[in-house]
Design a protein around this ligand. Structure first.
Ligand code: FAD
Ligand code: SF4
Length: 470
């Protein structure tokens, strides 16, 4: 039973703060920073929900999770029911509860947000999802439907591909995922560090899909090992969810010096290959003492916090605007600062300098000021004449962003692309090729986990219609 409290009483309950590891301690380990709520804390937070009839929070969620339903079930102590609602709408709730930018999505629309403290929907999602992972026998399994005999190939085992796979399998279609890397999860595994998203969570969520009959073939690069044309001959439909993993370059002198990494390479070495974390890792990483990370998005925050954990004495974000314009999640910025990360703001890199041996030694920096707003509405950074200086570094990480990887698409010239190399798809994910759908970062450019999952979910519904008609 949901405890009977008046709306006024619910409004008066203070938002429960997520417990976290001590900042000094966690800045030197890779264990998860956020420790999760206790049942008592989660229920107290859930009691803040007003169960609004117009459900504004649901409209703010890209996969329309039944938020008031799962939150009120949790408040009433009915965890199996809360988990059923959550799992029914979201294939990877333990992931989304940890990495979704809820403050810009569902929580931004919560009626409590007007007073500054929305219901902590993400923390509650994480709590229920973790409970469900630990209590598999208490959670209702998805209904097994009759096999349709149709076969779908999915390219890429990131959130878009995994979500499409789960939805299509629930509908009785045969599903095979082809993944270029030796492991599953896409950016969830190779990009987002263990201290934000433990790999064990991805393992369990993927294992559940495999138990439901999804087949996964790793070490297969579509466009090299097999072509899109070959997949189309062997399967009724192909869904492309190969992401946008190609780094954008800095285009400044010194980018090719020793000690300069692209963010994806830096994070992959540590997250996927274990570099710097174990004596037995076959993949090395340069554990700099003075590390400059260029950029201020989630990827940049992941790199700089990783550098700190690898022993950097100065782990620095170099960003040309001010803190207010940093695109990373507020929680990440806050956590990074607590961990001793320095923000070198209003600073634009001009070039990377080296000592005679070719190792980078300094970042040449231009001081900036904020001018008039640009097209994005953010104030444009303008250089301050003559204010150029050198910042001593031994590692530089370029975290400016990524774009579409051309390996698959260059081997399939019949596929329509936009001018940035992203696949062109309509709102259902249909491409210009019959029976070929696409979703996630490969159609959007670098976006978010939940948007990729929303694409996978929508495309699965459209693929089901397509299979019924063909
Ligand atoms: P991906 O996750 O990129 O998965 C694509 C998969 O396809 C990969 O496994 C890749 O190896 C595989 N592949 C590529 N080419 C081929 C091929 N030719 N053949 C076979 N397989 C192929 N979003 C958030 O919402 N919150 C966050 O906190 C957040 N943090 C991030 C941190 C980092 C470091 C990065 C890089 C991104 C972050 N994002 C975050 C963005 C988010 O991770 C992506 O938007 C999301 O993963 C996109 O999902 P996807 O399935 O489209 O692609
Ligand atoms: Fe609950 Fe906030 Fe959603 Fe209303 S908007 S149902 S209070 S989470």
């Amino acid at each position: 039973m949901r405890p009977e409290l008046s709306a006024k009483e619910r409004m008066q309950i203070k938002r429960v703060v997520m417990p976290a590891q001590d900042a000094a301690e966690r800045s030197r380990n890779f264990k998860e920073v956020n420790l999760g709520l206790t049942l008592e804390q989660a229920q107290r937070e859930a009691q803040r929900c007003l169960d609004c009839k117009h459900k504004p929070c649901v409209a703010g969620c890209p996969v329309q999770v039944s938020i008031p339903e799962f939150v009120t079930a949790l408040a009433a102590g009915d965890l199996p029911k809360a988990a059923k609602y959550l799992k029914g709408d979201n294939a990877l709730p333990a992931v989304c509860g940890r990495v979704c930018p809820q403050e810009e999505q569902c929580e931004a629309k919560c009626v409590h947000a007007a007073k500054g403290e929305p219901v902590a929907i993400g923390n509650l999602e994480r709590f229920v999802a973790d409970w469900a992972l630990a209590n598999v026998d208490k959670v209702e399994k998805p209904e097994v439907v009759a096999e349709t005999g149709k076969k779908v190939a999915i390219i890429g085992c990131g959130p878009a591909g995994l979500t499409a796979a789960g939805e299509l399998r629930k509908l009785g279609h045969g599903v095979t995922i082809f993944e270029a890397l030796h492991d599953t999860g896409g950016v969830l595994r190779y990009g987002i560090p263990e201290f934000r998203l433990p790999k064990s969570i991805i393992d369990i969520e993927v294992e559940q899909l495999v138990e439901q009959g999804v087949e996964i073939e790793c070490n297969v690069i579509i466009g090299k090992t097999l072509t899109l044309k070959q997949l189309k001959e062997q399967f009724d439909v192909v869904f492309i969810g190969n992401g946008a993993g190609l780094p954008m370059m800095l285009n400044i002198p010194g980018e090719n010096l020793k000690g300069v990494y692209a963010a994806n390479e830096y994070l992959t070495r540590v997250n996927l290959m274990g570099a710097g974390q174990s004596q037995n890792s076959a993949t090395p990483i340069i554990q700099g003492k003075k590390v400059a990370v260029i950029g201020a998005g989630n990827t940049a925050m992941d790199c700089v916090r990783t550098a700190r954990r690898l022993g950097a004495e100065r782990a620095m974000i170099v960003y040309r605007r001010s803190e207010a314009e940093m695109p990373a999640r507020l929680e990440e910025i806050q956590h990074a600062k607590e961990e001793g990360v320095e923000l070198v703001l209003l600073t634009s890199p001009l070039g990377i300098k080296a000592e005679e041996n070719g190792w980078c030694s300094a970042l040449s920096c231009q001081k900036m000021a904020l001018g008039e707003p640009d097209d994005s509405g953010r104030r444009r950074p303008v250089p301050l004449e003559g204010e150029v200086y050198d910042l001593a570094v031994d590692v530089v990480v370029n975290a400016l962003g990524t774009q579409a990887n051309p390996i698959l698409t260059s081997a399939a010239p019949e596929l329509e692309l936009n001018r940035w190399g992203n696949i062109v798809a309509d709102e259902t994910g249909a491409t210009n090729l019959p029976g070929v759908f696409a979703g996630g970062d490969i159609i959007r450019g670098g976006a978010t986990v939940i948007l990729a999952m929303g694409d996978g979910k929508r495309a699965a519904a459209a693929i089901d219609d397509y299979l019924a008609a063909n």
